[in-house]
Structure formats: C-alpha cells, structure tokens
Design a protein around this ligand. Sequence first.
Ligand SMILES: Cc1cc2nc3c(=O)[nH]c(=O)nc-3n(C[C@H](O)[C@H](O)[C@H](O)COP(=O)(O)OP(=O)(O)OC[C@H]3O[C@@H](n4cnc5c(N)ncnc54)[C@H](O)[C@@H]3O)c2cc1C
Length: 500
Amino acid sequence: MTLTADAAPGTAEETQHVDVLVVGAGISGIGAAYHLKEQFPGKSFVILDALDARGGTWWTHRYPGVRSDSDLFTFGYGFKPWRGASIAASEEILAYLDEVIEDNDLGDRIRYRHRVSAASWSSEEKRWTVHVTREDTGESLRFTTDFLWMCQGYYDHGRPHQPQWEGMDRFRGQVVHPQQWPVDLDYAGKRVVVIGSGATAATLVPAMAQEAAHVTMLQRSPTFFFARPRTHELANTLRALDVPDEWTHEILRRAYIAEGDEITWMSKEAPEELRAFIIESMRPLLPEGFDIDKHFNPTYRPWQQRLALLPDGDLFTAIREGQASVVTDTIDTFTETGIRTSSGEELKADIVVTATGFDLSLFGGVAFTVDGEPVDFTQRVTWRGMMISGVPNMAYVFGYFRASWTLRADLVSEFVCRLLAHMEKRGATTVVPTLRPEDAGMELRPWGDPENFNSGYVMRTMHLMFKQGDREPWVHLLEYAEERDSLPALDLDDSSLVYS
Ligand SMILES: Cc1cc2nc3c(=O)[nH]c(=O)nc-3n(C[C@H](O)[C@H](O)[C@H](O)COP(=O)(O)OP(=O)(O)OC[C@H]3O[C@@H](n4cnc5c(N)ncnc54)[C@H](O)[C@@H]3O)c2cc1C
C-alpha cells in the first residue's frame, strides 16, 4: 500500500493506494483475499468492511439457533477442509473463517468499521477512487485502486425488510426482527409467534421452542421443507477410517454437489414427482392428521424458491412434541395481546418475531460513477453475473440461490485472478465488459427470471437491479452444473471484454 497526501484543495485526506480493493469481509471477501494472496503475493490489497468484525451474514445474525442451511462441505471453501457436522452454527462458521484469516495472515489486510460510500472511475488515471467513512470516528478516508472487487453480499445489513401491519402500535408485547436480535431477549416460558415461513423461521421455531411456552409459526403461504441428517453418514464413515480431512472434504463436497444436481434436475424435469417425494418424506415425521397440504405444500414448483433444510427434522419434532404449531393465514391485525388472523383466529403472544427477510441491496449502497457520470445500473447488463457492462475494472460476487453461495464465490475468485493475470500478460491496465456490434438492439430482460426463481427478496427489488441479455455472455446463470466447467475455461480474449 502507498500513501500520498491528498491533492484535492480544501481537504486533508490522505489517499491510500492498493492494487486491489475488496469491499466486504464476509465469506466472499475473505475467499477473495485468500485467492489474491495465493496467486499474487506481490500485489497490495485491502478489505474494507462496515461492520466491526469478520463474517458478514454470520456476524450480523444472532438469533437463537442461527445456522447454515447448506452443508459446509460446499458452503465452506474448496481450499479449506470442513471438519465438523454438515450443518453448522454461526459460531462454527465464524471460527472457520478465523482459521482462514489466521492461516493465511489476512488479518492485517482487513479494515473494519470502514463503510464504502462511493467509487469513481477515472479513465484518465485508469483507477478507482473509493470514498470511505469510518463508522467509529466519522472520519472520511480515500483510497485509490486499480481493481475493485465487490464482495458486499446481497442485502442491507443495517435495515431488514420489516412490513407494517395494522395495530402493531397497540401490541403490548415485544416485536423483534431476526437481523436485529436483542442479546438479552428472554423468551423462557413466553408465548412466541414467528411470522414467516423461510429458512430463518424454520431455524428459529425449533430453537425457541426449547425454552418458550409455545411457538407458533404464522405463515402467509407454505415453503418446501426437507429433513436431512445434520451430519452425513459418509463423513462419519470416512472419519472413522481416519481418511485425511482434505479427502473427506472433497468426497463430501462431491456427494453434496451430486445430490444438489439431482434435485435440480428433478425440479425441472419431474417437478410433481419431486413435490410428492418431499411431501411423503415429511409425513412420518409429523403428527397424525397434520394438514400437510395446507401448511407445507407450496403453490410454486420445488426449487422456484430455496428448499429449506431441517437438520434432523427439528421443526417437525417440535411440532410433533406440541412445542410448536403452524398457522397458515394472513394477518388481519395486531391486538393488545397478539395477532388476529384474517379467518378470525386469535394468536396470543408475548413476543412476535418478524422473520420477514431482507431486501436486496445493490452493491452495498455504493454510489458508482464512471468518468463523472453516475452509473444507472438499471440500464446496465451483467457480464456472466460477475461484471457489469461499461464499468471498468470491477468484479462482483453473487453466489447461487439454490446451491451453496460459496461454490460460486470460489469460481468468481478463480475467474478474477485469471483475469488479473491475463491483464498483466497483455500489458493492459483496463478491462471493460462492452456490448459487441452483434449485441446492438439485444432484448434486455430482468436480472431474475421469476419462472426460475421467485423468492420475495428477489421479486421486491428486481426494479433496482441491472439487466440480463438474451445471450451469453450477458446472462447470470443460476446452476453450479452450468458453470463449474465453463467459467474456468472462459476465453478471456472474448470480444465482449475490451482491454486497453
Ligand atoms: C440468515 C442467513 C442464512 C443464510 N444461510 C445460507 C446458507 O446456509 N447457504 C448459502 O449458500 N447461503 C446462505 N445465506 C446467504 C448468505 O448471505 C451467503 O451465503 C453468504 O454468507 C454471503 O456472504 P458474502 O460475503 O457474499 O456476503 P455477506 O455475508 O452479506 O457479507 C458482506 C459484507 O460486506 C459488507 N459490506 C456491504 N456493503 C458495504 C459497504 N458499502 N462498505 C463496507 N462494507 C460493506 C457487510 O458489512 C458484510 O460484512 C444466508 C443468508 C442469511 C441472511
């Protein structure tokens, strides 16, 4: 890193220059840093994160039972064996990230409490100027960088999606959102209603049911739930045989990828068979007479939204044991003592948890300009879900919705490093994804295809996002199977990448 006195009149900011600047110290940013350090020991880089510690999602979320929904053999990195149970608690994921940071000496590259507010590209200087505010001191900082690597995740860590319902203000109990969990919330012996039906609700309900008087999951519509063992039998076998951790990691990774491929294939080719399989698999785990069709049989096709995993079927156990129940209905109003549903049912509650998810945040709220012009992303097109048309020297990580996020984060890291090496080899300082003459007049499509994936957070924010085209490379593919071989083999001299 180099420091120079700021040349702009009227300010006393120092400008710090790095070859690569990574935004975000979650699983994507730490992975990016690992790859950078491995492949370019001579390059200077820094990771900036607005939070006060590493981990992103796994640092922000502190609700009871918070855990992964994916297996850690694929949610963990390809380069770092996972040694625990397949499904991991957030503390275990954070400990794993700590090991990656420590093993690779990445700690001194990370600056916490550094919020990036703006990034401006200058074609004349061939670099980005990045504006940063210190969250602790309010101080303004300025960095310059040759390459900007956005690992900011996909939602606003500071502001959850919090719908308002009639009568909320008269409710005498407590309303909490999982993204802003009060550390001292005491729910022992209390009646809890969790609004929501996604992975977070499915985690919270059995976890809170252990101490609460009763937990009701109040959902507007059902989600597909799938009970799986917390630990894969194969992992137990391999570990009992003292197989090296690296092999176990790779074998389990392949096993989970193959399983995911099969489910994806079935969801496309035989969705109703997959639906029947999921429904039948839960029947023996639920109480006799439980209305599965009403509560756990969604109207959408399996895999049109993320399939929510239940480790060891814990939600079903809580329902079977009478500690938890499910109500599928809409909210008419909050009352002083709970919630009244549209069909008139009164749900008494001391605590209401709004597990209503989040809204997508585009590039962490960073305001981009290129040569003084603000970038209107709604008018831009994605380049393979990794770069944006007309935005020089910038890559971003967006993981898979249905498979583990990190499978894609690893692929993007390999791609960015290959691109940086290619630029060096070509003697290029700039790369810009650029529409080719044959792309003139190309039909622009929404960034997400609701037929393929239609979770609420995607649908709510689609209008803010960049677009896709109707052909490669202007598409964002959603399956690991479509990318695992093709991304590493991409031709970097493709005419859609313009170097100078
Ligand atoms: C509760 C929950 C559970 C999940 N479970 C799974 C799962 O099991 N499997 C799966 O595949 N996916 C899961 N996801 C999706 C999950 O977010 C990702 O898998 C993954 O953790 C994202 O990592 P990331 O590093 O890309 O982003 P994040 O974890 O969101 O981290 C991004 C970081 O960037 C920082 N940042 C953002 N904007 C700025 C800015 N302007 N300036 C400075 N810093 C900034 C943030 O502070 C944050 O630390 C889950 C999501 C949630 C909310």
